[in-house]
Design a protein around this ligand. Structure first.
Ligand code: FAD
Length: 507
């Protein structure tokens, strides 16, 4: 990527932070207790990357608070000692957001797992942000309630990580992404102040600080508690598995379903390589000869479902769906099995290659056909295998570019293919991320979608809230040297973020 001439505010974090001294570590121990300040190298190694394993950065220490007051104490200590810090949930992020660049402190929220209140009459939950997404759903289940944002990683990822990334999921097509379900937050500001935002009632007034914090990837401080909106489970659910012998017919069917306003609760796409990998890994019996598969979920009253199903099946037939292998599941167990095939896709990719680089671009849904054809061509041009499973109804693509980490000479092709995909999606009128965030993965590409004036406003906002620049530095906003350059350097000679920093590629 050509170096972009970016002139950010002077970064307070141009060199590694001071080595954590005994006084700082003792301050942390006084706050959380000795057991919860981790410094052993073998333990720190487990915090050195998130699920985007291309880049690694080892923290100097990890601290594990148990409540908001302890988080505020830690942040104040960081401010006093000039130590940069990174909030971390489960580390399932896919854009490097929770990496401790240059040896920053990791503040792990994993002990903050208390569900303080689940109000089944108001359909709200008040939780600490270390609660795992699936745990909240388990707690809500007896009341026939659910928390709608359902990332495929929901059995591991935390509510805090979901809020920080504005996470999406299979059912966000109908129910909306995380920001649509957050009523209020408890926020530890970069000054160490404890601030409440929003309102547990559905309406709030004043400046929307909750909206500002959702999606801010820990760069504006740490979210320690959240009041979340729960939904009543739909009375009926139906899942339709629709195979197609041509990819183009499947993508055109997606556009037609959206245009017809059939409001499915989920509309997911799997390509032929994904179907094959899932069949091999789990023997779930997906149709073997198809080129593409749609999984479509409808929910609602029995009458609505009957009516919508009829229209949907007609529309699929109009787009040459392979009706012989089409399946319609209404039994909850059958529905679950079909979704298990979709949710197992990423694990099944281990059948294709030892590692993949997963992208997360968004395109207008009317451009799906062009995007898929373009991505196939990019794979051929760069000679890299690519497979896709994604939230088609949202236009949220997830091309997985496969590689073998032991063949480092192939990594530049992987990075170049990734960049070509990003540029293709932007050219089609899309944007950089649908749900995985910007982190360090895509901050160099922010100028592709935001003019310099918009980026400057973001920098000023960050600087106003975090003048010391200690809250997750180096993430989201493009720095003086581009992450793209770093990525290429990384691809050519894989190295740690610390090594990149020494070369001046990270700031
Ligand atoms: C197999 C797989 C499937 C996935 N599927 C989806 C999907 O369908 N949809 C989707 O949206 N994502 C998906 N993801 C990505 C990831 O799971 C989400 O981004 C998730 O929200 C990250 O949560 P986490 O707890 O792991 O956060 P982490 O990875 O620990 O952190 C992510 C970011 O959030 C910040 N952060 C964490 N906690 C806090 C806090 N309390 N306050 C402030 N900042 C905080 C971190 O600093 C970092 O910037 C998937 C990942 C994997 C590995």
């Amino acid at each position: 990527m050509t170096a972009l001439d970016l002139s950010p505010l002077p970064s307070p974090f141009t060199s590694p932070p001071p080595e954590f001294n005994a006084a700082f570590l003792q301050t942390l121990r006084n706050i959380v207790g000795d057991r919860f300040v981790l410094t052993a190298p073998e333990v720190l190694a487990t915090y050195s990357c998130d699920a985007c394993t291309l880049v690694q950065a080892t923290p100097q220490a990890v601290v594990l608070p148990k409540n908001t007051t302890q988080v505020a104490g830690i942040v104040k200590a960081c401010l006093a000692y000039g130590i940069p810090y990174v909030a971390r949930g489960a580390g399932t992020g896919l854009s490097g957001g929770s990496l401790a660049l240059n040896g920053a402190l990791i503040i792990g929220l994993n002990r903050m797992t208390h569900i303080m209140q689940l109000d089944h009459r108001m359909h709200t939950a008040h939780v600490q942000t270390g609660v795992i997404n699936a745990w909240l759903n388990q707690a809500a289940e007896p009341f026939r309630l659910f928390y709608a944002p359902d990332p495929s990683s929901q059995s591991a990822c935390t509510i805090g990580g979901n809020i920080a990334e504005n996470a999406g999921g299979i059912h966000c097509l109908k129910y909306g992404v995380t920001v649509n379900h957050v009523l209020g937050l408890t926020w530890v500001t970069p000054e160490g102040e404890i601030v409440s935002t929003g309102s547990q009632h559905r309406r709030g007034h004043g400046l929307n600080i909750t909206g500002l914090l959702v999606g801010s990837e820990g760069t504006l401080g740490i979210v320690t508690e959240a009041v979340l909106q729960l939904k009543l489970k739909p009375a009926n659910t139906m899942v339709i598995l629709a195979p197609f012998n041509q990819t183009r017919h499947a993508t055109e069917a997606v556009s037609a379903i959206i245009q017809a306003d059939l409001a499915p609760s989920a509309l997911e796409f799997m390509d032929a390589a994904t179907v094959k990998a899932v069949n091999q890994a789990f023997e779930v019996g997906l149709p073997t000869d198809c080129q593409a598969l749609l999984l479509i979920e409808l929910d609602g009253t029995a009458v609505t479902l009957r009516h919508t199903k009829a229209r949907l099946l007609q529309l699929l037939a109009d787009h040459q769906c392979d009706s012989e292998h089409q399946q319609v599941a209404t039994d909850p167990q059958q529905c679950k099995q079909l979704w298990a095939a979709r949710k197992g896709a990423v694990a099944a990719y281990g059948r294709i290659a030892p590692a993949f680089y997963l992208h997360d671009c968004v395109i207008p849904r009317s451009q799906l056909t062009q995007a898929i054809e373009g991505i196939t061509a990019i794979g051929v041009a760069h000679n890299v295998p690519i497979a896709s499973v994604f939230h088609a109804g949202d236009g949220n693509l997830h091309p997985h570019i496969f590689y073998d980490p032991d063949q480092s000479d192939r990594l530049p092709a992987v990075m170049q293919a990734g960049e070509a995909i990003i540029k293709l999606c932007v050219a089609l009128g899309g944007t950089l991320s649908g749900e995985h965030g910007i982190g360090i993965e895509k901050n160099a590409y922010m100028p592709l979608i935001y003019p310099e004036a918009s980026l400057e406003w973001m920098r000023q906002l960050k600087h106003t809230i975090d003048p010391a620049g200690l809250a997750n530095p180096g993430k989201i906003l493009p720095q003086r040297r581009t992450c793209g350059e770093a990525s290429h350097q990384q691809a050519a000679h894989p190295m740690t973020a610390e090594q990149l920093a020494k070369k001046g590629l990270w700031i």
